[in-house]
Design a protein around this ligand. Structure first.
Ligand SMILES: [Zn+2]
Length: 352
């Protein structure tokens, strides 16, 4: 082959590879970009907490850690669409490439955008998270979420049709559009298990940045990883500690208290939770430990009395905690949480 043709062939092949690489991150279904989907709340230089604005269903928060030459992202949101928009809006604060994605736990609202980051990115999570995303990617939380989507869209449609206030109607239009887009986005999800797993601890050194990944024990799931920046005194907690009360459907409510005790021993100022706004200090964590102890004791008593999980869920009264957690307005908790606590209470000793 003449030299020139060879060169041409190389160029064509290189272009083909480039097309293949960009094809991986083509625009997924369900992308809405009329207004910004994320607020990048600056915690300190080069560390941001990405929180959804409500313009798109994004699920959980993520943390953006901009290092000397690259970017580390903690959690990937609810769908390929949500992660795609995150990456697009990220261009507003950095042009550095994302090299590491840390998945705090397997739940869909934290892990279902991972595929958008492509194959050049190392995905890091606990070995339990890998196991779940490999063998039980749907998980009971995702199954019940997807099953509930049509009904929640119908409810929104009903409210939108009945609304007479024009401003509220416009708001409901936007909510409905976001909900429909999110439903379309779910069809494209392909769970991506971590390519690097941790058992207890690992540290990433990126330039002069130290990023610790720590597993401190059972809590919100069987494998929650927290991300700790010791120099910056920042902690990303996923759903092990949110700004409110966490979902308990896969939790270990009793051990969770001890895990949070270990968390409190770290030296930090700012907490970037998986849901809700960032906060400072340890008081909220202590309040949540009190909540967990209380719910565990109440559920245990109802179980002893022979109540079904369903009946116990109606009787569990957490209103004593509403000063710390204002979303608690009345007695009664999610029956799936109680069913999970019954399940954990029945686990044979040593089987956890
Ligand atoms: Zn979760």
């Amino acid at each position: 082959m003449p030299r020139r043709s060879k060169l041409l062939l190389v160029i064509v092949m290189a272009a083909g590879i480039l097309v293949a690489a960009t094809a991986q991150i083509r625009k997924p279904a369900g992308v809405l970009q009329k207004t910004r989907a994320y607020r990048f709340n600056k915690i300190r230089d080069d560390v941001y907490h990405a929180v959804g604005t409500g313009a798109l269903t994004v699920g959980a928060n993520s943390a953006i850690i901009i290092n000397e030459n690259d970017v580390t992202i903690v959690d990937t949101h609810i769908s390929p669409a949500a992660a795609w928009v995150l990456l697009d809006e990220l261009k507003g604060i950095t042009t550095k490439p994302v090299r590491h994605v840390i998945v705090t736990h397997f739940h869909y609202d934290h892990a279902h955008g991972t595929q958008v980051f492509g194959k050049d990115v190392e995905v890091i999570g606990h070995e339990f998270t890998r196991d779940m995303l490999l063998h039980d990617a749907e998980g009971k939380l995702f199954k019940s979420y997807v099953a509930g989507l049509p009904a929640s869209i119908e409810t929104l449609k009903g409210r939108q049709a009945a609304e007479t206030d024009p401003a509220r109607k416009t708001q409901l239009d936007a909510q409905l559009e976001s909900a429909e887009a999110n439903r379309a986005a779910q069809a494209e999800v392909q769970a991506v298990p971590p390519t690097v797993t941790i058992k207890d601890k690992m540290t990433l050194y990126r330039g002069n940045r130290e990023i610790q990944l720590l597993y401190l024990g059972h809590g919100h799931t069987g494998g929650d990883v927290v991300v700790y920046l010791p120099k910056e005194r920042i902690l990303c907690t996923g759903d092990l500690m949110t700004n409110g009360t966490s979902n308990m459907i896969d939790g270990f409510a009793d051990e969770w208290v001890n895990t949070l005790e270990s968390l409190k021993k770290l030296d930090f100022d700012s907490v970037l939770p998986g849901h809700g706004e960032a906060f400072t200090g340890k008081e909220k964590i202590t309040a949540y430990q009190t909540y967990l102890r209380d719910i565990w004791i109440q559920v245990g008593q109802f179980k002893k009395q022979g109540l079904s999980a369903e009946d116990a869920a109606k009787k569990v009264d957490m209103t004593a905690h509403k000063a710390a957690f204002p979303t608690i307005t009345a007695a009664g908790v999610n029956p799936q949480w109680v069913a999970r606590m019954y399940e954990v209470m029945d686990l044979p000793k040593g089987s956890r």
